[in-house]
Design a protein around this ligand. Structure first.
Ligand code: C5P
Length: 403
């Protein structure tokens, strides 16, 4: 199952250097199962050729309202009617101005105006120089098109083709793909503020050594992404992992369990859902040497003492917000055997309404998993699937349980 199976997207390109990224975006949309009809303005064709876009989309590209290929001579009607969404990427400052005014003197703005607005959404990916972006006229046009029902996506910050640095870059193709997938995801967590811990923690022995575990963070990152796609505002507190931040998710990096608690506890004051997927180290070395512990050649090994780490989930689950039902807490249990018995016991011990069990050694680092959901009513299995799919199912299960 691909993420955009059965979806038909009209991909519109207006003029801007970011057009070169639209080739990759077209590929990514198609790889996820969408069919893509490309429409280009005359200016866009100055930046990238219709030949490239036709080859990638496997469909003739449209660029003129006078295109005689359509038997009724109405490409603006025919192309917009069958679309599940129209995505303009890049959407130039000039194109925003045209949309804001409802102009219709070339095919792309004409088909945006002619689309049945109640069933064909319009997504706009701005791309322009930072001064053009910041100009009051542009901001006025953005506000107007949003008020008229278009979805204005964000912009990136950084180096621009003109040599300046600032806001206004088009989002990267992979980010735009995430935005399109998110757009089609039911907003089960709209209005919720979700806090997720993910990954392992690292407990220092000295400046160069420490103890940690094999958690990859993939399950927690997938949950953060799924929650954001479901409309939540998401904060992800991540231990040391090498995973890209899901688009639209706020990430705070931490190392040790104590750091994770120090960030998580205040964040939980503002959250409505807390999902603790992190594999927090149970113990940390009792003392941390400020200098590297040296091997002195005597054959003597250092003696390490340990102290217990704070239990982040149990701490948050005992907070006033959690106990009064304003914060819904979800725990994870990575077990090696007797999953149901251990997960049920852990749910009671941690004082959380929902505990998710999985077999630790089988899932650490993998892209797939199987989950066992345990709550006060009983248990339910989410059978073996990708972590991405399971994350979505878990989000739906959590949404069902919220007040
Ligand atoms: O106690 P155990 O590690 O088996 O419990 C697992 C659950 O508790 C997970 O949700 C994990 O994120 C959370 N946990 C925690 N802080 C700890 C230990 C576990 O938040 N110190």
């Amino acid at each position: 199952m691909k993420e955009l199976d059965g979806k038909h997207i009209v991909l519109g390109l207006s003029g801007g250097i970011a057009c070169y990224k639209s080739a990759e975006l077209c590929r990514l949309l198609i790889k996820q199962g969408a069919s893509v009809q490309v429409v280009m303005t005359e200016a866009a064709a100055q930046f990238i050729t219709p030949v490239t876009m036709q080859a990638l989309s496997n469909r003739p590209v449209y660029g003129s309202q006078w295109d005689a290929r359509e038997p009724n001579h109405m490409p603006h009607i025919n192309l917009s009617r069958g679309a599940d969404a129209i995505l303009i990427a890049p959407c130039s400052a000039d194109f925003f101005a045209r949309l804001a005014q409802g102009r219709a003197d070339e095919l792309l703005s004409l088909l945006c105006l002619a689309r049945p607005a109640d069933r064909v959404p319009l997504l706009l990916a701005p791309a322009m120089n930072r001064e053009m972006w910041a100009h009051p006229a542009t901001q006025r046009n953005l506000a107007q098109v949003a008020q008229d029902g278009a979805v204005v996506l964000g912009v990136g910050h950084g180096d621009q083709a003109c040599g300046e640095t600032g806001d206004g870059r088009m989002l990267e193709p992979a980010e735009l793909l995430e935005e399109v997938i998110a757009f089609f995801t039911p907003k089960l967590l709209a209005g919720q503020r979700v806090l997720v811990t993910a990954g392992p923690t690292f407990e220092s022995i000295d400046p160069v050594r420490g103890i940690t575990n094999h958690s990859s963070g993939k399950m927690g990152f997938a949950i953060a992404r799924a929650a954001r796609e479901a409309g939540a505002e998401v904060t992800l507190v991540a231990g040391p992992v090498h995973l890209p931040t899901p688009h639209g998710v706020r990430r705070v990096n931490v190392r040790s369990a104590q750091e994770m608690l120090a960030v998580t506890e205040p964040q939980a004051q503002d959250a409505t859902v807390f999902i603790a997927t992190a594999a927090v180290a149970d113990w940390r070395p009792a003392t941390q040497s400020e200098q590297k512990i040296k091997k002195d050649g005597s054959g003597q090994t250092p003696v390490l003492g340990f102290v217990e780490n704070p239990d982040i989930l149990a701490t948050v689950a005992q907070s006033e917000r959690a106990r009064s039902g304003q914060l819904f807490c979800v725990g994870f249990a990575a077990e090696s055997h007797d999953l149901l018995a251990h997960a049920s016991a852990k749910r009671e011990r941690k004082g959380v309404p929902l505990l998710v069990g999985n077999i630790g050694p089988a899932t650490f680092g993998q892209d797939d998993n199987a989950l066992l959901l345990v709550d006060a009513q009983g248990h339910r299995e989410l059978p073996h699937a990708s972590k991405r799919v399971l994350a979505r199912q878990l989000v739906a299960e959590i949404a069902r349980r919220l007040p």
